[in-house]
Design a protein around this ligand. Structure first.
Ligand code: MF3
Ligand code: CO
Length: 262
């Protein structure tokens, strides 16, 4: 983990822009969540997302993104079903009753990014799936609660991991949360695990995307041939939640939250 780097502290003006970006993400995700029903093809979320991006004069954070020699990401949204952890690519797959669906969405507005994800049940799901979703959302909020000035970076991941483990779950270690601003992914990396009290102190004006990925079974990851889709190595379920969050003097402000959001 690279703890040495500078973590940007945003100006008042930048924070206002990031609030706008976050609001767009939250509002669009609310619409997309409504469409999560049996029989819907995953590509339909991309189509709807692309239309809303266009309408609002935004830019997709995801289309064409390709760090470290990866093929450019082809879609406006990541759709990960059941054992898929993150970065699934929308396509002709039809959602079925009993699936769990992660929608992960980001846009750029006036040069700044917002990034958020949620997992929803498709129709009726098993009790195990429901609990996994609830625990993963709780992990996100417990991580966010640690985002107060004076705490240290690793307090976030420690809170996430502690809750997940208490439920008998594992947290994915291969993918992490991240700083966010002029780029979708900025320093620091924010693992969803670790000992508390390590790393840089948190300051007002820092903005992070916190994104726990919680698995029923192993934390180990397998990559599909598309080079993007990450699945659990044992094929067991995985859930994912994410918010873009500003640290203020008074504690965390969730930028990707509007009324009705996850
Ligand atoms: N929330 C995801 C992440 O931070 C978004 C990935 S965008 C993609 O990893 F383009 F890389 F898929
Ligand atoms: Co992210």
């Amino acid at each position: 983990m690279s703890y040495g780097e500078q973590i940007p502290v945003r100006s008042r003006r930048e924070i206002d822009i990031m609030r706008e970006a976050g609001r767009h993400v939250a509002e669009i995700l609310l619409v997309l969540r409504e469409q999560a029903k049996p029989g819907v093809k995953t590509i339909e979320f991309h189509r709807a997302a692309a239309a809303m991006i266009e309408e609002r004069g935004l830019v997709s954070s995801f289309v064409g993104y390709g760090p470290g020699g990866l093929p450019p990401y082809p879609s406006t949204i990541c759709i990960s079903v059941n054992e898929e952890i993150v970065h699934g690519i929308p396509g002709s797959r039809e959602l079925e009753k009993g699936d769990i669906l992660s929608l992960d969405f980001g846009i750029m507005s006036e040069g700044f990014h917002g990034d958020s994800a949620l997992t929803v049940p498709i129709g009726e799901v098993t009790e195990q799936a429901e609990i996994l979703i609830d625990v993963t959302r709780e992990c996100l909020y417990l991580g966010i609660e640690q985002m107060v000035p004076g705490n240290r970076l690793s307090d976030i991941g420690h809170a996430v991991e502690t809750r997940a483990k208490a439920g008998g779950y594992s947290v994915v270690r291969q993918f992490v949360g991240h700083g966010i601003g002029k780029n979708l992914h900025e320093p620091p990396q924010i693992p969803n695990y670790g000992r508390p009290g390590r790393g840089p102190r948190l300051l007002p004006g820092m903005v992070f995307a916190i994104e726990p990925m919680v698995n029923v079974g192993t934390d180990k990851v397998r990559m599909l041939e598309d080079e993007w889709t990450a699945v659990t190595a044992d094929g067991e379920l995985s859930a994912h939640f994410e918010h873009t969050v500003l640290i203020t003097e008074d504690g965390p402000e969730i930028l990707t939250h509007v009324e009705g959001s996850h």
